[in-house]
Ligand binder design. Structure first.
Ligand code: UTP
Ligand code: MN
Length: 473
């Protein structure tokens, strides 16, 4: 962890007007001495998030979040204090001195080493494309240009090829292990993690190689896909495949797919605004990453039951990040990759343009389970749809209630009272809801973190702690 003096922390705070900083994330409207907007930290329909220019503080009357420009950045970017200082310093071109503890220096050096090693490994895989791997990529219809763009490579089926190579390049056993590129057996034998697999380097938004995915060439070898483990530079819940390209694509929405090859095919078809998750369900940090670049997501997950379940989950998560959500219809194709083999890029563009909004998608999905000719089914159907509508704004509710009345014949007033039943399950966010106790605990934890960070960033306190605890290093 770096340590910045109070002066520096103060200078940077003064240089970053909180209204400007917050405005780059949400729309603010001036009203009296404050600015108001929709709180980025919880889902709401009316603006209870206020920013005070003279106090340089923000407060949300809805969820209780409050703080200064540092806590805002920490919360919204998921940064620790030091990262927030660095972020805000960069924002105003403030040159930070290199004040770092030995421990922080070591961690930083280790990270840098792993970034470097990953580049070396990615090149190694890229240069190692075998005839069979090349044939496989041809069969999958990936053009050489795109292969290069995504740095696709191959890991041979030898046990120590990469390990030996990295050692020859001067990397230590300890660091090679930390990179996740090799594994250690119980007997202490080290071997390459990826063998006989097509390699997909995973880049972060800043174009750094943070990890790898590997696809088996034959359907017999399992698992089909293997990923790097979590390392000091890889957190799969915070990154998205192809985000480095999607962030540059000046298009209205981001297309969200499940697989690496889906992303590549969609990119190849001319849609550069595509990202894929990294072998797990999408999480809130990934939703926030998307919301840095766009306000609309078009979900194009697999066209099967698992895909629909994943889509419903994604809808809940993405709406927590206040994103507009559409769901792409892949017709007879199983996934976007297959869609683009069966249909044209123009067709795909139309699917995106005409994609249903997530409410229609959810309603149609419920409809599948019922026979609306039967009164009983009509009632059950209406109850389920009401759960979806309960999570919407008044205006949206009105529009859908009208539609629902037309399909079921049930009166608007009956639907309205169903929606406003106090015990109606909030179907929309199927994710965790936070209790007030949890909210308070979070607040306390954040406050403690802030205090510790502030203390740690006072040079005086740091020196004192350092004197007393150097033996711990
Ligand atoms: P899919 O099984 O849908 O594969 O997994 P796919 O993308 O269609 O791939 P191809 O077309 O058969 O090659 C989707 C994603 O889930 C993760 C990977 O990230 C993959 O891209 N996954 C899948 C794993 O992590 N492990 C697995 O064993 C399978
Ligand atoms: Mn596929």
């Amino acid at each position: 962890m770096a340590f910045y003096s109070e002066d520096i922390v103060g200078d940077i705070r003064e240089g970053n007007d909180i209204v400007d900083v917050v405005s780059s994330y949400i729309n603010l409207k001036k009203s009296g001495a404050s600015h108001f907007g929709l709180c980025p930290f919880h889902r709401e329909k009316s603006a209870s998030f206020s920013v005070h220019s003279d106090k340089q503080m923000y407060t949300c009357f809805g969820c209780g979040a409050s703080g200064n420009v540092y806590s805002f950045i920490m919360k919204i970017e998921n940064y620790d204090f030091v990262e927030a200082v660095q972020h805000l310093a960069a924002r105003i071109n403030y040159a930070l001195p290199e004040e770092r503890s030995d421990y922080a220096k070591k961690a930083q050096n280790e990270k840098k080493l792993i970034y470097d090693m990953n580049v070396v490994a990615a090149r190694f895989f890229y240069d190692n494309i075998s005839a069979s791997a090349s044939l496989y990529l041809d069969k999958r219809g990936i053009h050489p240009k795109i292969r290069k763009k995504y740095g696709l490579g191959y890991a041979s089926d030898e046990w120590h090829k990469l390990y030996n190579y990295l050692q020859k390049q001067g990397y230590s056993k300890k660091m090679i292990l930390k990179s996740g590129l090799v594994k250690e057996s119980e007997k202490g034998k080290i071997y390459d993690r990826f063998r006989d697999r097509i390699i997909f380097p995973i880049f972060d938004a800043s174009n750094r190689v943070i990890a790898f995915g590997g696809r088996a060439l034959s359907s017999e070898s399992l698992p089909k896909y293997l990923n790097s483990p979590e390392t000091p530079i890889f957190d799969k819940s915070k990154n998205l495949y192809s985000i480095n390209y999607a962030k540059q694509a000046k298009l209205n929405e981001i297309i969200l797919v499940e697989g690496y090859l889906d992303a590549i095919s969609v990119y190849q078809a001319g849609f550069h605004n595509v990202v894929a998750t990294l072998g797990t369900a999408i999480g809130i940090n990934q939703a926030k990453l998307i919301s840095k670049y766009t306000n609309t997501v078009a979900i194009a997950y697999d066209n099967d039951d698992a895909g629909i379940t994943a889509t419903l989950r994604a809808i809940a998560i993405l709406s927590e990040a206040n994103l507009k959500i559409k769901v792409v219809n892949l017709k007879t194709a199983n996934d976007p990759d297959e869609y683009l083999k069966l249909f044209s890029p123009d067709d795909f563009a139309k699917e995106i343009e005409t994609a249903k909004n997530h409410v229609d998608f959810q309603i149609d999905n419920i409809k599948k389970d019922f026979d609306l000719q039967k009164t009983e089914d009509k009632i059950e159907f209406t109850k389920h749809v009401s759960e979806v509508l309960a999570g919407l704004s008044q205006i949206e509710q009105d529009a859908y209630i009208l539609q629902l009345t037309q399909t079921t014949g049930i009166s608007q007033s009956a639907i309205k009272s169903e929606i406003s039943r106090p015990d109606i399950p909030q179907r929309k966010p199927k994710t965790r809801t936070i209790t007030p106790e949890q909210e308070e605990r979070r607040g306390l934890r954040d406050a403690k973190k802030n205090i510790i960070n502030l203390i740690a960033n006072s040079y005086f306190v740091y020196e004192k702690l350092h004197e007393n605890y150097t033996h711990l290093n």
